[in-house]
Design a protein around this ligand. Structure first.
Ligand code: AMP
Ligand code: MG
Length: 266
């Protein structure tokens, strides 16, 4: 039985003790890669059915520190699916227009419609993490957002949206290694910004903010998973297992076509 890394509602997680490596969960990189590729083929088939069936919605949320693997996991997992039924939404620093609305406005307009899988690369959780760590608003303001988010996600879940949330948990050492690679590899330099260094200095504050989010917002309707993410091969496998587990439960079927193929005459 593969480990799901799911956070039980109300459980408190000490991220400094939560594993960032596969040790104890998996020890065979090649076997993991092989299993991942098989599961991805299965995902491609489920996505086809989900789209054809046209009723269920799946929202996948990725949060992580910079260089934590949000882009990489999205790319790996979604390779091969029909782009017609899938959307990826990346959330940046809110624009002036977005800021003029409530923090869920820009989120709600891009949640998955019926038949779609939407991946959030960052999310409404940024609106707790960033203001808390950088003290941009009074504490009551970001504190109140836990409940607002739980209510919002409950509305989505109650109207047919499956929600799976993943915190890709890397160690500060692994982040430093990836930053170094980004800064020195001409193909990756664009991914690095000097603000990333500033945010890395606030590591412990960010971990405390994530711990708050995990404790307050992992619900039965929208569970969080804390994925050991230093090793990409394990991260990808752990994430796709959770997604497939859900798709198998949803079990979307191709819809009835409403005609007798024998009677269609060309
Ligand atoms: P990236 O994902 O590397 O393109 O960076 C996007 C940046 O936007 C990150 O530094 C995020 O923390 C920041 N960001 C995203 N959403 C918000 C938000 N709601 N409030 C403040 N900063 C945000
Ligand atoms: Mg970045």
């Amino acid at each position: 039985m593969p480990h799901t890394h799911r956070v039980a509602p109300g459980a408190s997680i000490d991220l400094s003790k939560a594993p960032t490596r596969a040790d104890g969960f998996h020890d065979d990189k090649n076997a993991a890669r092989h299993e991942f590729r098989e599961l991805r083929e299965e995902l491609v088939e489920w996505q086809r059915r989900l789209y054809a069936h046209g009723q269920h919605k799946l929202l996948i949320v990725f949060q992580a520190m910079d260089a934590g693997g949000k882009d990489g996991t999205t790319k790996k997992i979604m390779r091969g699916v029909n782009p017609q039924g899938v959307r990826v939404e990346s959330f940046k620093v809110p624009s002036t227009r977005e800021r003029a609305h409530d923090f869920l406005w820009r989120i709600h307009r891009v949640v998955p419609p019926a038949g779609y899988i939407t991946v959030f690369n960052r999310s409404h959780y940024e609106d707790i993490l960033v203001p808390r760590v950088h003290k941009l608003v009074p504490e009551e303001v970001w504190q109140a957002r836990y409940r607002m988010i739980n209510d919002f996600e409950a509305i989505l879940a109650g109207t047919g949206t499956h929600i799976l949330k993943f915190f890709l948990h890397i160690s500060p050492e692994e982040q430093r290694r990836r930053f170094h690679e980004r800064v020195h590899n001409p193909l990756k330099q664009w991914k690095f910004s000097v603000q990333d260094i500033e945010k890395a200095r606030d590591w412990n504050d960010y971990m405390a903010a994530y711990e708050g989010v995990l404790a307050e917002c992992s619900t039965a309707a929208a569970p969080w998973h804390v994925i050991p993410a230093d090793q990409k091969w394990y991260r990808n496998l752990a994430v796709i297992r959770v997604i497939l587990d859900r798709l198998r439960t949803i079990n979307p079927e191709y819809p009835p076509h409403g005609y007798d193929p024998e009677e269609i005459d060309f």
